[in-house]
Design a protein around this ligand. Structure first.
Ligand SMILES: [Zn+2]
Length: 70
């Protein structure tokens, strides 16, 4: 399945763990969920288990928006 992430404003310095990704996808796993950028649809995390990546913010390599993993 595919889940669209929600985009958030740039987090304040030190308030969140932020991954500034240069590549797509930033994460690859062995689950069955693809997470895509809420701004442009670029693949952010491929085939991860639900809940495997959490409580972080990933910057999209394409559009530069910040995507929050719940
Ligand atoms: Zn994007």
């Amino acid at each position: 399945m595919k889940i669209k992430l929600s985009t958030v404003a740039k987090p304040h310095e030190g308030s969140r763990t932020v991954i500034e990704s240069k590549v797509s996808p930033a994460f690859r796993g062995e689950g069955d969920v693809d997470y895509i950028c809420g701004g442009c649809g670029t693949l952010i995390a491929e085939k991860v288990r639900r809940g495997q990546v959490r409580n972080i913010v990933v910057r999209c390599p394409e559009c530069g928006q910040y995507n929050e993993f719940p």
